[in-house]
Design a protein around this ligand. Structure first.
Ligand code: FAD
Ligand code: NAI
Length: 472
């Protein structure tokens, strides 16, 4: 006999677990199914984000940044250190503790919100009267409404499977047991730059091979150029426009044959290779065929603007559908779907989804960049302000980068904000709020910002749109 629920969520990552909590808050009898296992075989809620994505990567970025500061910038503050060392085992252990705190936090939230959790793989059995039958092991659930939030998996290169020993996905990249002497990365995207930064800071010689001729093509060109300059100065070797050829997984390391941008044949020899060339939607084991769930040519579940699939009462959110693969985008969709099921007007504004790359300097943006505005023929004004001219940045000793505003030439409405520099991940929130409220650059320029703070650079960049910065 199947257990009946108003809402069954398949997947307990940020899309799924947030959708389940919101559905329960709205009074629905809700179940969430997730198959992720911790190293003891128990549940590990939070999906890619918590287990092998956002959270552990940020833990390692923090540890490695402390190490780099201790080795390079403490001396400027008059702090002397001798015998600086890194205990990788301890650093990884700390990261695992942070992950576990988040896993347990979600289990607690499920109890608090009365979400029934099933540990195992959820798969469609059939469409039945009043909903869908779903199997979890021997158990059978009946979901009147179903939300699919099964996430994504790393894309491997053809004929180069991940062994997670020497050829690593983001999973293995987060648990390299000792600092490799030479580390190679394929793909200078978000994972490539974040993971490359972690291991470079700890002492690895890092080479990143990128297929495209441009660096961070989705980022505002001026911002990407500034970031590229900073990364190269730090010692990250980034080769653009390469064509990766044969990869050999040898006893002692890995070799990557490639053609460089000038057409010359090259061979990269490394101890470990991280392949970070994007991710693919995850529908393995879901048995969507049993109910006729429609996928697109990329394997993503086809949804409309409101996350409705082709099946009545079946919704899909997060990495398994179109749009940016970001945890906060997945969460927003999860909340909106739960609210739509309740007859409310859930809404996700894709134009104000912020992006952050947690390198040093950090890169963050929201809205449109200069290339996009030019391509659209939109008349705009730009204003920039460098952190070099910001008192707090000088006091921090972190003056790389700038804040850049793009505003409509006539109405002054903010069209995009782009930041490269310290705490860009936090500063971008003000820009998101401003854009949600359809603020003009002048609105931000007229708001009192605390002194000394990095946020003054945001205000000054807004002033720069009208060519009236006060401190530059
Ligand atoms: P997932 O988090 O992938 O969760 C899906 C869950 O469903 C998993 O637990 C999976 O086991 C489970 N599942 C799948 N199929 C089934 C099934 N049939 N039955 C039961 N369970 C199933 N995003 C950011 O916004 N900020 C960041 O800083 C950031 N850093 C990242 C760093 C790395 C290294 C990586 C890889 C990703 C990062 N991301 C980041 C992206 C972010 O992790 C994803 O966008 C986010 O996790 C997507 O959430 P989701 O709920 O759609 O899917
Ligand atoms: P990505 O899409 O960010 O970057 C992949 C890069 O690999 C691209 O620059 C692409 O041109 C390049 N590439 C693809 N095929 C190649 C080939 N054969 N040879 C050489 N280069 C090749 O993907 P990535 O870094 O794997 O991350 C996946 C997703 O995870 C991101 O797009 C993002 O959505 C999410 N993520 C988000 C983070 C954040 O928000 N801070 C952090 C890490 C991941």
């Amino acid at each position: 006999m199947a257990k009946t629920f108003d809402v069954v969520v398949i997947g307990g990552g940020p899309g799924g677990y947030i959708a389940a909590i919101r559905a329960a808050q709205l009074g629905f009898n809700t179940a969430c199914i997730d198959e992720w296992k911790n190293d003891k075989g128990g549940p590990a809620l939070g999906g890619t984000c918590t287990n092998i994505g956002c959270i552990p990567s940020k833990a390692l970025l923090q540890s490695s940044e402390h190490f780099e500061h201790a080795g390079h910038s403490f001396a400027d503050h008059g702090i002397g250190l001798t015998n600086l060392s890194i205990d990788v085992k301890k650093m990884l252990g700390r990261k695992d503790t942070v992950v576990k705190q988040n896993n347990d936090g979600i289990l607690y939230l499920f109890k608090k919100n009365k979400v029934t959790f099933f540990h195992g793989r959820g798969s469609f059995v059939a469409a039945v009267d009043g909903g869908y039958e779903i199997a979890v092991g021997e158990e059978r659930l009946l979901g009147k409404q179903v939300i699919v939030a099964t996430g994504s998996s790393p894309r491997a290169l053809a004929d180069t499977p991940f062994d997670e020993e020497k050829i690593l996905s983001n999973d293995g990249a987060l648990r390299i047991p000792a600092v490799p002497k030479k580390l190679g990365l394929i793909g200078a995207g978000v994972i490539g730059l974040e993971m490359g930064s972690v291991w470079r800071r700890l002492g690895a010689e890092v080479t990143v091979l990128e297929g495209l001729p441009t660096f961070l093509g989705a980022v505002d060109e001026q911002i990407a150029k500034e970031a590229h300059k900073a990364f190269v100065k730090q010692g990250l070797k980034i080769e653009l426009g390469v064509k990766v050829g044969e990869i050999k997984n040898l006893k002692k390391g890995v070799t990557v044959a490639y053609t460089d941008a000038k057409g010359a044949e090259q061979l990269l020899e490394v101890d470990k290779l991280i392949v970070s060339i994007g991710r693919v939607p995850n529908t393995t084991g879901l048995n969507g065929e049993a109910v006729g769930l429609k996928l697109d040519e990329r394997g993503a579940i086809v949804v409309d603007e409101d996350c409705r699939t082709n099946l009545k009462g079946v919704w899909a959110v997060g990495d398994v559908v179109r749009g940016p693969m970001l945890a906060h985008k997945a969460e927003e969709e999860g909340v909106a779907v739960a609210e739509r099921i309740a007859g409310q007007h859930g809404h996700v504004n894709f134009n104000t989804v912020p992006w952050v790359i947690y390198t040093s300097p950090e890169i963050a943006w929201v809205g449109q960049n200069e290339q996009q505005l030019k391509a659209a023929g939109r008349a705009y004004k730009a204003g920039t302000f460098p952190f070099m001219a910001n008192g707090r940045a000088r006091a921090l000793g972190d003056t790389t980068g700038m804040v850049k505003f793009l505003a409509d030439a006539v109405s002054d409405e903010i069209l995009g904000v782009h930041i490269v520099g310290p705490m860009a991940s936090e500063l971008i929130a003000e820009a998101v709020v401003a854009m949600e409220f359809k603020a003009s650059a002048e609105d931000i320029a007229r708001i009192c910002h605390a002194h000394p703070s990095l946020s003054e650079a945001t205000k000054e960049a807004a002033l720069a749109v009208d060519k009236r910065t006060l401190n530059f």
